[in-house]
Ligand binder design. Structure first.
Ligand code: ZN
Length: 160
């Protein structure tokens, strides 16, 4: 079956940086399950997989604009510690999700000085070209419930 909008797709993938270092991989674990056309993957990878069949291998390099974005200095901000209640002791390198006007965003603590904390809202892979090697394991129709939830149920997906 061909990958197109609303299909459930199972992939094994390896993600490398420009130097060939492995950033992330599904090797040795379960394949990643996602629904095509729902923004579950970075847009450049979703685009490269559109129209591929189960069993295909896809190698694609995704530019930052279609990956995790360009590095944006405006996403660095200093906030008082007390505005981050409930996050416990704040240490450099800590990451947490926070709601922003643009949706959920991952923040990394890049500095703690007195009562102030510096947060970087750039994705850790911002500005990076992403080199994906993908094996399409399976393609199937999504169930109505999966489409409603926007994620995959069962093998490789969410369980409720
Ligand atoms: Zn669900």
């Amino acid at each position: 079956m061909e990958i197109s909008a609303d299909k459930v797709v199972l992939i094994h993938y390896t993600l490398k940086d420009d130097a060939g270092g492995v950033i992330d991989s599904s090797a040795g674990g379960d394949p990643l399950a996602y629904i095509q056309g729902h923004g579950n993957l970075v847009s450049g990878l979703e685009k490269a997989l559109e129209g591929k069949q189960d069993g295909s291998s896809v190698a694609v390099s995704v530019v930052p604009e279609e990956g995790y974005g360009k590095y944006d200095p405006a996403l660095i901000q200093r906030v008082p510690k007390r505005s981050l209640q409930g996050s416990g002791e704040l240490k450099k390198g800590m990451q947490f999700q926070a709601r922003t006007p643009d949706g959920m965003r991952l923040f990394t603590v890049t500095g703690v000085m007195g009562d102030m904390v510096t947060l970087d809202g750039n994705h850790p892979l911002a500005d990076k070209t992403l080199h994906f090697d993908v094996q399409v394991v399976a393609v199937r129709e999504a169930t109505a419930e999966e489409l409603e939830h926007g994620h995959v149920h069962g093998a490789g997906g969410h369980h409720h």
